[in-house]
Design a protein around this ligand. Sequence first.
Ligand code: FPP
Length: 227
Amino acid sequence: MADTSAQARHVAIIMDGNGRWAKRRHLPRALGHQRGVEAVRTLVRGLAETGIECLTLYAFSSENWKRPGEEVDDLMNLMRKFVKSDLPEFIANDVKLKIIGDWQGLAHDIVEMLEDALAKTSGGTRTLAVALNYGSQQEIARAAAKAAGGGEITPETIAAHLDTADLPPLDLLIRTSGEVRLSNFLLWQAAYAEMIFVDTLWPDFTPEHLQEALDEFARRERRYGGR
Ligand code: FPP
């Protein structure tokens, strides 16, 4: 059965290329990440105009701990600053924050900050889901263990225990910076998602780039295995 609905409800992005963006300009990597946050802020501000119900961003993977301690600290500090400074805007713009991944294992102050932000944005109509300390294989293993506790393991019982269980099905997955792989992101959820890989480095990714991807999505015919 072909799907004729052209509006993507759930879009996920692998935000890649901050380091290369900085390197090309002979700037520190931290500045690339900083500009990456700016790109996130601009997209979230324009979320309502896109018609997207849920935007899921891969901010920190369970494998990112392997990076030098200083870079991990930079990323965590950017997260602290971003949530603190933008929380009032989320609330004003009806953006509901959601966190996926093993985020309870992050620093205590971040966990507290996120719990507060989740509570204060719970009435929002559009979701910004941020993947933090996220690994898809780990998420599937956790979901399978929970499903097994309930008795039966089926695709449905696993899906019901994924971190994304309350989100719309993933329609579109975008990766920036020219890399073509999933890097342990939303492996289960991507089963029938459309994928778009763009060369743009993440700090250069604008709402216009997102709109181009949404237009490309609308042109594709999704068959879900049917014909
Ligand atoms: C990839 O760039 C990006 C990341 C590892 C982290 C993405 C994080 C942000 C955009 C900032 C934090 C996000 C929020 C929501 C506050 P890379 O360093 O792998 O780039 P490279 O492949 O060019 O080295």
